[in-house]
Design a protein around this ligand. Structure first.
Ligand code: PMP
Length: 362
């Protein structure tokens, strides 16, 4: 068996020990005599796992008892609709900050449910290269919430510091940088993330919702898309994605064992310094189109002098054991996605490859 360095943007690398444990326990889950895929979601074994998962997530995120953590399905994309469906309505308005493809998709859904304002955008000629500065935002003090995407997986930008909304709750899509760094949860009313980058496999979406926002949610929304349904039933209203939650539990345990977000943040900082250092020190062979203070520490995007060289880079990279280096199909170029499970060694190796490639092709 030869495992390669996995730089896919998502689904993405999982910690090896999580995969090994899953393999070892696949036939029998917690002494129940059956696999986790075969046990009832009402069994005492699954119930314990489910509650431990929620507890671990709250602990790692530093969430207080004023947050409910929901384990849902439908991906982050369904949250684009659920958030406005539950919180907008007659006489209510929400702010949306536009920083990339996913925030545009969130805005598109919100428009179906009520009044929305674009409170800031960095789109120029169809592309995004930065995160707006505080003074560039036009925030509505009466908005029900202000939505943003904390890390833009496709354009490789990331909020390094969240905006001050003057008390309007932030609703954040943290799909591609959740648990990668310490975040003060105080300004957030809702944090959501599809699991398939820093949390586990696809199939489960984690939503943390603050009690005061939950209280503001409509009671009339269709049952399965109503936050109250899932909050009232501890996300066990219907059958949850048991296997995905089981692996999420393992990834959260692994995250805790690494020392939690504070330790992972240091490693992620070191990884970012290394790769951006290689880009900036390449005499223009590699070029990162993102403004320096907006660069993502999770998804590093860059260009080479020609598209032919980019193709060659991705192809030779693959042959050398670096998977997923091609940029998103909508923007081209190269993208190195380095989530928590991609260790410093992996990034050192790809940086070594980048240096060799530049030397041979400049
Ligand atoms: N938001 C962001 C920031 C993403 O990166 C993605 C997926 N790559 C999504 C939303 C969509 O997530 P899902 O596929 O879980 O709906």
């Amino acid at each position: 068996m030869a495992r390669v360095h996995n730089f896919y943007a998502g689904p993405a690398a999982l910690p090896l020990e999580v995969l090994e444990e899953t393999r070892d326990e696949l036939l029998e889950f917690r002494g129940s005599g059956v696999s986790v895929m075969e046990t009832s979601h009402r069994s005492k074994e699954f119930d314990a796992l489910h509650n431990e998962t929620i507890g671990l997530f709250k602990e790692l995120m530093g969430l207080g008892d004023n947050f409910k953590v929901l384990l849902l399905q439908g991906g982050a994309s369904l949250q684009f609709a659920m958030v406005p469906m539950n919180l907008l309505g007659e006489g209510k308005s929400a702010d949306y900050i536009q920083t990339g493809s996913w925030s545009k998709k969130a805005l598109k859904e919100a428009k179906l449910f009520g009044t929305v304002r674009v409170a800031g955008t960095t789109e120029k000629d169809g592309v995004f290269r930065s995160i707006p500065k505080q003074e560039e935002l036009d925030l509505d003090p009466n908005a029900v919430y202000c939505h943003l995407t904390s890390n833009n997986t496709i354009f490789g930008t990331q909020w390094r510091q969240f905006p001050d909304t003057g008390g309007v709750p932030l609703v954040a899509d943290m799909s591609s940088d959740i648990l990668s760094r310490a975040v003060d949860p105080a300004p957030f009313g809702i944090i959501y993330a599809g699991a398939q980058k820093n949390l586990g496999p696809s199939g489960v979406t984690v939503v943390a919702i603050r009690d005061d926002l939950l209280e503001k949610c409509s009671k009339d929304t269709t049952t399965m898309l109503n936050y109250h349904t899932h909050a009232d039933k501890n996300s066990l209203f219907n059958t949850p994605p048991c296997l995905a939650i089981y692996i999420l539990h393992k990834v959260l345990n692994w995250t805790k064992k690494q020392g939690g977000v504070a330790s992972l943040e240091k490693i992620n900082d070191a990884k970012a310094k290394l790769i951006y250092g290689a880009i900036d020190g390449s005499n223009g062979f590699y070029n990162c189109p993102v403004e320096k203070d907006s660069r993502s520490y999770m998804n590093v995007v860059f260009r080479l002098p020609t598209e032919e060289l980019e193709k060659k880079f991705a192809g030779e990279g693959l042959a050398a054991g670096f998977l997923g280096l091609k940029g998103h199909r909508s923007v081209g170029g190269i993208r190195v996605s380095m989530y928590n499970a991609n260790g410093l060694e992996s990034v050192k190796d790809v940086v070594g490859f980048m240096k060799d490639f530049a030397a041979q092709n400049s």
